[in-house]
Design a binder for this molecule. Structure first.
Ligand code: MG
Length: 333
């Protein structure tokens, strides 16, 4: 029965138990969570990667996803980018009064489905209810076992290839359209990146650095790589793909896809000799079928102390790409 959530649901008493049993335990059920102890006990061998992230996206539902799917993908993808296989997730929910149980359950079902898709178990959680207007915020923490060591933003070397896994801007353009009430066919790319990345690792691709393209966009990530590794980077604009509908929205609103966030694309810097194989492997997977080498790592100019990112435009001009300044679209993730 659909019910409006009130502070009583966060009291720790009867209503809280009801919410946990009827929604969270029901859909997240697994051996570890079901024990309902004060803390989950995990068996983890070797090096692990751990990360945490909060999700505040509005609207809660959008074409291609929802805050629940995003909360799992966002954390899983950060784990994967470090060369680790995601294994466990914890989830904390801050629910504003006025949210209803049916909507919450729909989001929880989406999280459970995305966790399964990613190969992770949700092993611990928390619920708080605060005054408000029906909003919802989710914090997820993820743990993964490191499989490929040495993947680091500081590991890029001159000659390495820069591979982009697909089109830019989809999630950002989708949220922006929903917020502005613009009707179009743009769908968020909200997806776990476990499969394509594991394929690269399992095939022995020498990955130097990897990052999922979220807030700040490609431009910001490449600048972070250049600075951390003490190198420069040159990319070609022609090689960067943007879907027709996203490109159309960017033209109208004066947005630059280079600084727009995705939730299912990544950048991988790989050793030159592995680059073609890496692209072929990525193309075999639906979610990275548009993978392409977009540029290369270069050494810094002899007289330059700067680590620059340059983009060659289709007419041969070069444009300096700096990190994103100012606030992009807030509450995109
Ligand atoms: Mg990331």
């Amino acid at each position: 029965m659909n019910e409006i959530i009130t502070v009583e649901h966060g009291s720790g008493g009867f209503k809280t138990n009801e919410l946990i049993n009827k929604i969270f335990s029901k859909h997240f059920a697994n051996e570890i969570l079901d024990k309902m102890e004060d803390a989950a006990v995990l068996k983890v061998a070797g090096k692990i990667a751990i990360t945490t992230d909060s999700f505040v996206v509005t609207p809660l539902f959008y074409p291609g996803g929802d805050i629940g799917r995003l909360a799992v993908c966002g954390t899983v993808n950060d784990i994967v980018m470090m060369g680790a296989r995601p294994q466990f997730i914890t989830a904390a929910f801050i629910i504003e009064e006025g949210m209803d149980t049916d909507t919450l359950e729909q989001i929880v079902i989406s999280m459970a489905k995305t966790a399964k898709e990613s190969g992770v178990a949700i092993v611990a959680g928390d619920t708080k209810v605060i005054e408000g207007n029906g909003g919802l915020y989710i914090t997820t923490t993820g743990i993964g076992k490191i499989i490929a060591e040495q993947i680091s933003a500081a590991n890029c070397k001159p000659g390495d290839a820069v591979i982009l896994s697909g089109t830019l801007g989809d999630h950002h353009a989708c949220i922006l359209s929903a917020r502005m009430g613009i009707a179009n066919n743009i769908v968020s790319d909200n997806v776990p990146l476990v499969e394509p990345v594991m394929t690269l690792i399992n095939n022995g691709i020498n990955i130097r650095a990897m990052r999922d393209i979220t807030r700040g966009g490609l431009g910001t990530i490449l600048n972070e790589f250049a600075k951390s590794s003490g190198v420069s980077i040159c990319i070609e604009e022609e090689k960067i793909s943007v879907s027709e509908s996203v490109s159309g929205l960017c033209d109208i609103l004066g947005l630059d896809p280079i600084y727009m966030g995705n939730e299912g694309k990544f950048i991988a810097v790989v050793a030159k000799e592995d680059a073609e194989t890496a692209v072929e492997l990525l193309k075999q997977n639906e979610i990275s079928k548009n993978a392409c080498i977009i540029g290369h790592i270069t050494s810094r100019g002899i007289d330059s102390k700067d680590n620059t990112v340059t983009m060659i435009t289709p007419n041969g001009a070069s444009r300096r790409i700096s990190i994103m300044h100012g606030e992009g679209l807030p509450r995109i993730c």
